[in-house]
Design a protein around this ligand. Structure first.
Ligand code: NAD
Ligand code: TDX
Length: 349
């Protein structure tokens, strides 16, 4: 039985990756290593926690001794590394958490994998999950990020993710560690923590609270349904070439103001409100410091070489997402009580 370590599996994207691997691959023993920060939530995995091929391990990737012991004990065959501090606004107010988890934590995992795989002739893989934000900001509307685009990170979050990508490549070049990296655009879907734009707005519309749009709402993001990202990770894990990078995206660009308007229309319909009611909540607020103007991924390589493509149209994915949040109000209420209230008051004062 292959032993796969998935880090950050209690978070938004990680939980969808864990579910897909546990359900699809009975011959894999899936270990989910997660610190359970504010963003980690075992309720995201309640439907698969009883499965015989699933094991949860609570722990911090910043703790080098713990990580090393874990690898020695379990002798993992492969790693899919998603654990990270992931929210740009938090990286602006508290960059050190990002440097510890995203940079030092990744280095600890690389060292531990290198140590247990060094004399092995078996197939291993260290799969590092990263972001399009490492490429910086696009200003020319015809441009896309490709795998050749030079790194130009602009926020503490993207700089920490860029650092981790560089370390992963360095361990491949220097120590021949078998690695693969993917850089994905903005994900949306069930279980996303309501600090990110779409779930934050869904929650605020429910509660008739202002929808804070940074600056003029003209920044552009490329959006991909989280389960399509999980499918892409499955594809690259099984078919990707060691040492390669693959960009993942939906060819689905939206200006923030337009996506918030579309969300308001869907919410009006779902909540039985008159058309235009939710949009009245839109409020322009102070822009994010160093706000990247546009991200747009060219996902041709993974599509042409590995045969992956998104399965959902955006409008369908958005509707499924809204349905999930309106059905899982207990989940939403549990994650927005307590510490979230302090975060929100501080961030949107
Ligand atoms: P998330 O914040 O929802 O989840 C992160 C998970 O990592 C949480 O479960 C948290 O408890 C865990 N974690 C944090 N610090 C840890 C530590 N020190 N040790 C162990 N576990 C720790 O994040 P997400 O949105 O699911 O993102 C997952 C990965 O995908 C990240 O690496 C992120 O950079 C990348 N990514 C995210 C997006 C996006 O749109 N959300 C897009 C591209 C790439
Ligand atoms: O209240 C808000 N108002 C607003 O206008 C928030 C939270 C965001 N925004 C804007 C900022 C961005 O232009 O909306 C856009 C999306 O913001 P986020 O949801 O915070 O995502 P972003 O900063 O684009 O980063 C996301 O995609 C890439 C993830 O958080 C990262 O983890 C991922 O790597």
């Amino acid at each position: 039985m292959k032993k796969i370590l998935i880090t950050g599996g209690a978070g938004f994207i990680g939980s969808h990756v864990v579910r897909l691997f546990v359900n699809r691959y009975e011959d894999y023993q899936v270990y989910n290593l997660d610190k359970l920060t504010y963003a980690g939530n075992l309720a995201n995995l309640s439907d698969i926690e009883h499965m015989p091929n699933y094991v949860f391990v609570k722990g911090d990737i910043v703790d080098a001794d713990f990580v090393s012991e874990l690898f020695i004990t379990h002798q993992f065959d492969a790693v899919i590394h998603l654990a990270a501090e992931s929210h740009v606004d938090r990286s602006i107010s508290n960059p050190m958490d990002f440097i510890y988890t995203n940079v030092v934590g990744t280095a600890n995992l690389l060292n531990a994998a290198k140590a247990i795989w060094k004399n092995s002739s078996a197939d291993h893989l260290f799969y590092h999950v990263s972001t399009d934000e490492v490429y910086g900001s696009l200003h020319n509307p015809d441009e896309f990020f490709t795998e050749q685009t030079p790194y130009d990170p602009q926020s503490p979050y993207s700089a920490s993710k860029a650092s981790s990508d560089h370390l992963v490549r360095a361990y491949h070049n220097t120590y021949k560690l078998p690695v693969v990296i993917t850089n994905c655009s903005n994900n949306y879907g069930p279980n996303q923590f309501p600090e990110k734009l779409l779930p934050l707005c869904i929650n605020n519309i429910r509660n008739n609270k202002p929808l804070p749009v940074y600056g003029k709402g003209e920044n552009v993001r490329d959006w991909l349904y989280v389960i399509d990202h999980a499918r892409a990770i499955d594809t690259v894990f099984h078919k990707g070439k060691v040492g390669e990078t693959y960009n993942i995206g939906g060819f689905n660009e939206w200006r923030n103001i337009d996506i918030v308007h579309l969300l308001c229309q869907v919410m009006d319909k779902k909540l039985g409100r008159t058309a235009g009611e939710s949009a009245k909540l839109i409020t322009f607020v102070t822009d994010r410091a160093g706000h990247d103007l546009r991200y747009a991924i060219d996902a041709s390589k993974i599509m042409n070489e590995l045969g992956w493509k998104p399965s959902l149209q955006f409008e369908e994915g958005l509707e499924k997402t809204v349905d999930w949040y309106l059905t899982n109000t207990n989940w939403l209420e549990s994650v927005t009580s307590g510490a979230y209230q302090n975060y929100y008051a501080q961030q949107y004062k």
